[in-house]
Design a protein around this ligand. Structure first.
Ligand code: ADP
Length: 440
């Protein structure tokens, strides 16, 4: 049976122990209190002797008991002592009290005894509590930090993924850039080629222009040289026909007539060539003015009347008054005479020739149609009649006189005035030539 620490002491020793400023308590391995000095009793609000025989855990708070069972007593059993351990004590009235404990486990009279010295520490407890609170808040902070770390980790992963994506995009961009650079180089090459071709074309055009000028010059000189003797031939034929140099026989008159026809034909050809050469050389001046279309048409009709009558054709002009076009009056007359002469030439007797003018509002143009009910032009030759020297092969026995230059000259003149000349035709039914001029 274990004896308590003070049990075998003299009453003087006991007085000394009771008056110590620290608590002294002994208990056995089962926790039964063997001795507690007066300071312990006073500290915890017990009367003297009230603690002995009771269980030591009675003096601890619940947290203190858990600590005692899991740490305090196991440490004592293991090392035989504990140093400066903080214990949460419980007073008789139930309040808490912090104490610093130093304890040793020894064997007395063959039994294990724990001697424990308790120093009340109000301040320390406060520190402990603050420490606890600090730890708790540190734990909370740690939890938050861990959560933030997880978020950061996720963000980091997302950023890594984005970085990989960006890397891929950058690579694609690099590839595209390389491709574009190649394309640009190819384009540059094409551009260089085009530029050199343009230079070549420019040179070719200059050469062609020069050749054209030379040709026009040649044609106009030749035409002039040809006209002089042709006029002389015409003059002498007239003199002989008038029998100025003596009488002529009927046979001679017939021959002179043929000479005169050939001379007129040649003269017209030369004049037409001269016209075309001048137009192509850009040496034609256009005196542009606002023209009353009706008056231009009316002015050319008298020149055609003898031919219309000779060919037994009817004629009609339908021009609304007040229609105005911009153009050179003389050149417009020349075109109309040419179109009407053709209409007369290529329309069999009893046919009909008409002129109609109207306004093409959207195109801001005035259209003059010269229509006939003549032999017409096959579709495949319609475009080529505007080429110089082109005459449609009709198979007629009597082919009307002509040079094949009238339509070429007329279209050039129409275009020179900002207009155009086009044709529609139905073989056997007739043709319509349309002169377009800018509306005034
Ligand atoms: P030319 O009348 O002096 O032969 P053009 O250039 O005026 O020359 O006409 C070219 C050709 O177009 C004519 O020879 C003729 O074959 C054809 N042509 C022109 N106008 C008509 C028309 N109104 N009807 C039928 N054929 C036409």
């Amino acid at each position: 049976m274990a004896t308590d620490i003070g049990a075998d002491r003299s009453s003087g020793d006991r007085g000394l122990l009771d008056s110590l400023p620290c608590g002294v308590i002994s208990f056995d391995d089962s926790g039964r209190v063997l001795y507690a000095n007066g300071t312990v009793h006073t500290m915890l609000g017990y009367t003297a002797g009230e603690l002995e025989g009771g269980h030591v855990e009675r003096l601890l708070t619940i947290a203190g008991r858990i600590f005692y069972q899991t740490h305090f007593f196991p440490l004592l059993r293991l090392h035989g002592r504990v140093r400066e351990v903080f214990l949460l004590l419980r007073t008789k009235s139930g309040t808490e009290l912090g104490a610093l404990a130093n304890a040793t486990r020894t064997t007395r009279d063959g039994a294990s005894v724990v001697d424990c010295v308790l120093v009340e520490v109000h301040e320390r407890r406060k520190y402990e509590e603050e420490l606890l609170r600090a730890r708790q808040s540190a734990d909370r902070a740690n939890g938050e930090l861990q959560a933030q770390a997880r978020v950061l980790q996720q963000t980091l992963e997302q950023l890594r993924e984005q970085a990989v994506e960006l890397e891929m995009q950058a690579q694609q961009l690099q590839e595209q850039t390389a491709e574009l650079e190649m394309q640009q180089e190819a384009l540059q090459e094409v551009n260089d080629q085009l530029l050199s071709q343009r230079d070549e074309l420019e040179r070719a055009r200059a050469v062609a222009n020069e050749a054209n000028q030379a040709k026009s010059q040649f044609l106009s000189t030749m035409s002039h040289e040809l006209r002089t003797p042709l006029n002389a031939i015409g003059g002498y034929v007239q003199l002989m026909e008038m029998e100025v140099q003596g009488p002529i026989t009927d046979d001679q008159r017939q021959s002179l007539d043929r000479i005169a026809r050939s001379q007129r034909h040649l003269l017209r050809l030369v004049n037409d060539i001269l016209d075309l050469a001048r137009i192509e050389a850009g040496r034609v001046d256009y005196r542009m003015e606002a023209m009353d279309v009706e008056s231009v048409v009316v002015s050319v009709v008298p020149m055609l009347e003898p031919q219309l009558a000779a060919a037994d054709l009817t004629f009609e002009a339908t021009i609304a008054p007040g229609l105005r076009a911009r153009g050179d009056r003389e050149k417009t007359q020349q075109i109309l005479i040419n179109l009407l002469t053709n209409a007369v030439k290529f329309t069999p007797p009893h046919g009909h020739v008409s002129v109609r003018a109207h306004h093409d509002e959207p195109a801001k143009q005035l259209l003059v149609d010269v229509h006939d009910t003549g032999i017409g032009i096959p579709a495949e030759q319609l475009a080529s009649v505007f080429e110089p020297f082109v005459r449609v092969e009709t198979g007629q026995t009597h082919r009307p006189e002509g040079t094949g230059l009238g339509l070429a000259i007329s279209r050039d003149l129409a275009r020179g005035m900002g207009g155009d000349l086009t044709a529609r035709s139905e073989p056997g039914l007739g043709s319509t030539f349309t002169l377009r001029l800018p509306a005034a």
